[in-house]
Design a protein around this ligand. Structure first.
Ligand code: ZN
Ligand code: FE
Length: 257
């Protein structure tokens, strides 16, 4: 299977998984990048996975429907503006011979789901996490609570370290700027920041990331680390509990430039 990030809008990625004949895409916010990739590689569109209801993730569904030869899957607890088969955490689906496990990850939106796939051939697992987990950060809490986001990120942090983390936005450098303010002494974070700056300077993508990297650099996955707790307490955290630390980090980041 080939994994491609198709850039869309100003900083979205539409992820495509294809086997040379068929493809699936995740969160097609607009149709043109998908149509171009299908045409360039001579692929049929075998299915679509949707993580949440925001327009930059579902805006291309209607225009892609004439080319679609399979199902659209989406979160059961959200209104998706096109027909789709509803999924809940714990469900699994099969597409192109790939099994995707559905994980509930509320927080950014109330019914947000993620898709996790372990290739049978031993390749690293793949996570499509929408706007829940970004490299070095997490989604804004538009419809959920800090407690929900903490539970969601904890579930993702428990996946295998080599899991390829396919986020829906290229927010990495701005997230890392914030992460370095929270944890200025984290050497893994410093090394990862240099690597990502070099990639962006060459016009390359920083994604996919990995779960192991996120565990070592992402402050929102590090709410029990003493330096993260200390920084959060200095920025309004009500206590040193992981949920209160995450809540304070999220507020701080919302106003961080
Ligand atoms: Zn979103
Ligand atoms: Fe988005």
């Amino acid at each position: 299977m080939n994994l491609l990030a198709l850039p869309a809008f100003s900083d979205n990625y539409i992820w495509m998984l294809h086997d040379g004949r068929q493809a699936i895409v995740v969160d097609p916010g607009e149709p043109a990048p998908v149509e171009r990739a299908l045409d360039a590689h001579g692929l049929a569109l075998a299915g679509i996975l949707v993580t949440h209801h925001h327009a930059d993730h579902v805006g291309g569904l209607a225009a892609l429907r004439p080319r679609l030869q399979g199902p659209v899957y989406g979160p059961a607890r959200e209104d998706i503006p096109q027909p789709c088969t509803p999924l809940n955490g714990g469900d699994h689906v099969e597409l192109m011979g790939c099994r995707f496990e559905v994980i509930d990850v509320p927080g950014h939106t109330a019914g947000h789901i993620a898709y996790f796939h372990t290739p049978a051939n031993g390749d690293a697992p793949i996570l499509f996490c929408g706007d829940t987990l970004f490299s070095g950060g997490c989604g804004r809490l538009f419809e959920g609570t800090p407690a929900q986001m903490h539970t969601s990120l904890s579930a993702l942090a428990a996946l295998p370290g080599n899991t390829r983390v396919c986020c829906a936005h290229e927010y990495t450098l701005s997230n890392l700027k914030f992460a370095n303010t929270v944890e200025p002494l984290n050497e893994d974070l410093q090394a990862y920041t240099s690597k990502c700056e070099a990639l962006r300077a060459q016009g390359l993508y920083t994604l996919p990331s990995s779960i192991a990297v996120e565990r070592s650099v992402n402050p929102f996955m590090r709410c029990a680390q003493p330096d993260v707790v200390k920084a959060a307490l200095a920025h309004g955290a009500a206590s040193d509990s992981e949920v209160e630390v995450l809540a304070a980090l999220r507020e701080w980041k919302n106003n961080f430039r």
